[in-house]
Write a protein that binds this ligand. Structure first.
Ligand SMILES: Cc1cc2nc3c(=O)[nH]c(=O)nc-3n(C[C@H](O)[C@H](O)[C@H](O)COP(=O)(O)OP(=O)(O)OC[C@H]3O[C@@H](n4cnc5c(N)ncnc54)[C@H](O)[C@@H]3O)c2cc1C
Ligand SMILES: NC(=O)c1ccc[n+]([C@@H]2O[C@H](COP(=O)([O-])OP(=O)(O)OC[C@H]3O[C@@H](n4cnc5c(N)ncnc54)[C@H](O)[C@@H]3O)[C@@H](O)[C@H]2O)c1
Length: 470
């Protein structure tokens, strides 16, 4: 007998799990579907958590080798990739086991299978044992995540390459590596490989690494990469990949000039795409050529009772945003089920992104474009605690409204940027001003204190301006 639900969620990763957790607190019937053999989603299995576990090892190796700066003598240190791999596997198995338990204990009907739309209210679920079933639902949330987007580069597939998925399974590192792409995946993995002794080259299309960040941040990161021996080719056009005498060759135009790089291995990091191809969306009238697929900030698709959240929507590729999108979609689905119009929206005011390179890179808020703002910057090399820690690269930059002093944007490149950025995001959450930051206590000596210096500079300017007006 065909089962009927009020809400059906396809995908139990970060977005789908957040949606299901929220909606299942209400007295409605819910189906949650995931096709994966191993549940818990990209972040835990092949994204944030395993990559950061790897990075933790390479950063510690790097620091130990530089311990003499702190008056410490250490004997010979070596990186043991099978042990690094084992630590990652052990941690990830535990994280995944815990999440799987959470998913399976939700008060929902869970189906392990691949879902596709038959019509805007019915889904076909193909289960692992090739059993097929049809369910119907009043509302849907598509949270099927993303896939690595393999572009048709001449010779790439024939030559072979690593991706973030396969690199996370390595037990042995290549001696040399060409990383295609200078986004978060490319930068984080390039430094991981390089710090463990692999000769690493990045080939990227845009003129800057991490192109969505402030140009000064990109320049600072590039300088840091160059100083530790990573070669960076920016402004390139990749032409072909081939194998020559046992080595892999990447041919590209660099600032218009033909260039070649040889290495033992290639790491492909040219982006991901929404995992929506097999959902039958075109069949039910959702145009997948237009992305993001969510046509509004309520996470609705062009069919109002079908929502799209997380990587599948192609808005961002960041976990806390996937979770927020899942929750907003769930709240709006509940409103539709209650006979109301959806009202919840995802706020992008505090959009935050972090990249776990060393120095770490972080930003929060919207980059000021044509809006008038006052910005101030303070360098870690002028900050006592950073000097003590031997972490002098980078800076904190804050931008605020010139009249009110409200903080609109902040970016940090430097030690613990991933943590420090939360001081700014929390202040911005409460629509805080530079004056608030100046008045807040900061313990001395801490890295956090650095936040107060650019705030103070802007505060002085805002105050002087106000005095002149009076
Ligand atoms: C290497 C790497 C490092 C990253 N590091 C970070 C980081 O440090 N911080 C950060 O914020 N983000 C990071 N990200 C991004 C982050 O992992 C993703 O944004 C996030 O996991 C997406 O969650 P999601 O719920 O949208 O998708 P997913 O977690 O991919 O979940 C989708 C689920 O849908 C299921 N599914 C798919 N199709 C179907 C179907 N037809 N039927 C049934 N089920 C289906 C899948 O099995 C899967 O379980 C990283 C990504 C990568 C690749
Ligand atoms: N710390 C984090 O939060 C974190 C870490 C890793 C990944 N992620 C997320 O995972 C997703 C995937 O990341 P990613 O770095 O693989 O993708 P991306 O799309 O962010 O970056 C891909 C890079 O490749 C470049 N590129 C694309 N086509 C090219 C071509 N033909 N030639 C040369 N360069 C080309 C792009 O300009 C871009 O710089 C993103 O959404 C990202 O936010 C997040």
């Amino acid at each position: 007998m065909k089962k009927h639900y009020e809400l059906t969620i396809i995908g139990a990763g970060s977005a789908g799990f957040a949606a299901a957790s929220l909606a299942s607190k209400e007295p409605i019937s819910i189906a949650l579907i995931d096709k994966a053999e191993k549940l818990s989603g990209l972040c835990i299995l092949k994204g944030c958590m395993p990559s950061k576990t790897f990075i933790e090892s390479s950063n510690r190796y790097w620091e130990i080798r530089r311990a003499n700066r702190f008056g410490l003598k250490v004997g010979s240190v070596s990186a043991d990739m099978p042990s690094i791999q084992l630590r990652k596997k052990t941690l990830i198995e535990e994280f995944a086991r815990y999440r799987e338990e959470e998913i399976l204990s939700l008060p929902v009907d869970f189906y392990r299978g691949s879902a596709s739309f038959i019509n805007p209210n019915e889904l076909l679920i193909k289960e692992a044992d090739s059993k097929e079933r049809v369910i119907s639902s009043k509302t849907f949330i598509i949270a099927t995540g993303s896939l690595i987007d393999i572009l048709p580069i001449d010779g790439l597939v024939q030559t072979g390459f690593l991706t973030s998925d396969s690199a996370l399974e390595l037990n042995q590192l290549p001696g040399s590596l060409t990383v295609l792409g200078g986004g978060p995946v490319g930068c984080e993995f390039a430094q991981f490989f390089s710090r463990l002794g692999c000769k690493t080259t990045i080939v990227q299309r845009s003129p800057r690494l991490l192109k969505s960040f402030d140009p000064e941040v990109s320049d600072c990161l590039k300088e840091s990469f160059l100083s530790e021996g990573i070669t960076v080719f920016s402004d390139t056009q990749i032409k072909a990949v081939t194998k020559e005498k046992g080595r892999k060759k990447v041919s590209f135009l660099h600032k218009g000039k033909k260039t070649e790089v040889f290495s033992e291995e290639i790491f492909y990091a040219l982006g991901r795409k929404p995992n929506i191809e097999k959902l039958g969306l075109e069949k039910i009238g959702i145009d997948t050529s237009m992305q993001p697929l969510s046509i509004n900030d309520k996470m609705q698709s062009s069919i109002p009772h079908i929502f799209i959240a997380g990587d599948a929507s192609a808005n961002f590729g960041i976990v806390h945003i996937a979770r927020e999108e899942g929750e907003v979609a769930a709240k709006n689905a509940l409103e539709i089920l209650a006979g109301k119009s959806p009202t919840y929206v995802v706020s992008r005011r505090l959009a935050m992104e972090v990249v776990f390179t060393d120095p770490e890179v972080a930003m929060v808020g919207l980059l000021p474009s044509n809006r008038k703002v006052l910005c101030a910057k303070y360098m870690f090399r002028d900050h006592g605690k950073a000097i003590i820690e031997g972490k002098e690269e980078g800076f904190v930059k804050i931008c605020a409204d010139p009249s009110s002093g409200e903080i609109l944007f902040g970016t940090i490149i430097g030690p613990h940027a991933s943590e420090l950025i939360h001081q700014l995001s929390q202040c911005m959450y409460f629509k805080g001003t530079v004056e608030d930051l100046v008045k807040m206590p900061f313990y001395h000596p801490t890295l956090s204190e650095i936040i107060s210096y650019p705030a103070e500079e802007i505060f002085t300017t805002v105050r002087e301006k106000k005095k002149k007006i009076l």
